[in-house]
Design a protein. Structure first.
Length: 256
């Protein structure tokens, strides 16, 4: 099981596809894992076209999971991506993040624009909308894994493997992350400084649809796609359409 070390933390990642192909880095949303990219069909569709690197940032999957909110500042989360790419000697890659993962990817791109070939960002808002006094996510995490899983099951038909992972999650670490996220910086100004191509997408009924669509005007070189009938959660297993868009847009190496 491969790990990159970021200071005292071990960051788990997995790779697929041939290193000669364009590098595509994957980070999913809050509380998710590398396994979800596999189970939802992304890896099977993408691996013939890219060198895939799926990362579990701190607090997720098999990576180290500190219990203090200070460990989950946004620059620290983005540095987990850098640690993996440095270990693999990947100097430039396309970054794909969904939900919380999109914020991490945008933060990384703002800090390292020369290392980013393109961005794929789905279902997110540039400024955290977390009211910790009235936050159902924090409330569920406080009650443990079963309550955390039950909250997800209210949102969509959670596959059994994902449900098992949610029940076994380190909810103390995820609660610390949620508390930190409430204080993450506003990323609204970052897109204007990023010239690389950016593909933005969301479900028609996603609670971040309007914010994601609006960012298409903020990036100098972007386009926005919307999946009819989907919301934030059930868009994730509906992978084929967005994978084919990513393949069409970014699978061939850029001509210098």
């Amino acid at each position: 099981m491969p790990y990159a070390h970021n200071d005292t933390l071990a960051i788990h990642y997995q790779v697929w596809g041939q290193p000669e192909r364009p590098a595509l880095v994957l980070v999913f949303g809050f509380g998710m894992s590398v396994r979800d990219w596999l189970d939802f069909g992304y890896i099977n569709t993408l691996q013939a076209h890219f060198h895939l690197i799926a990362i579990e940032p701190r607090g997720h999957g098999n990576s180290s999971a500190p219990h203090q909110p200070a460990d989950y500042a946004l620059p620290a989360m983005a540095s987990d991506i850098a640690a993996v790419l440095d270990q693999l000697a990947i100097t430039r890659a396309t970054l794909w993040g969904y939900s919380l993962g999109a914020k991490m990817m945008l933060s990384y791109a703002a800090a390292h624009p020369d290392r980013v070939a393109a961005l794929v960002l789905g279902g997110f808002e540039p400024h955290a909308e977390v009211d910790l006094d009235n936050d159902v996510v924090s409330q569920a995490l406080t009650k443990g894994g079963q309550a955390w899983c039950s909250l997800w099951q209210q949102m969509f038909d959670v596959p059994a493997p994902l449900a098992a992972r949610l029940q076994q999650a380190d909810t103390t670490s995820l609660l610390a992350l949620r508390q930190a996220e409430a204080r993450w910086p506003d990323l609204s100004e970052a897109p204007a400084r990023l010239a690389m191509p950016c593909l933005l997408y969301a479900g028609e009924h996603c609670f971040y649809r309007a914010a994601t669509a609006a960012m298409a005007d903020a990036f100098p070189n972007s386009r926005y796609l919307q999946r009819t009938g989907r919301m934030h959660f059930d868009l994730m297993p509906d992978s084929a359409w967005i994978c084919h868009e990513v393949i069409a847009s970014f699978a061939r190496p850029a001509i210098i």
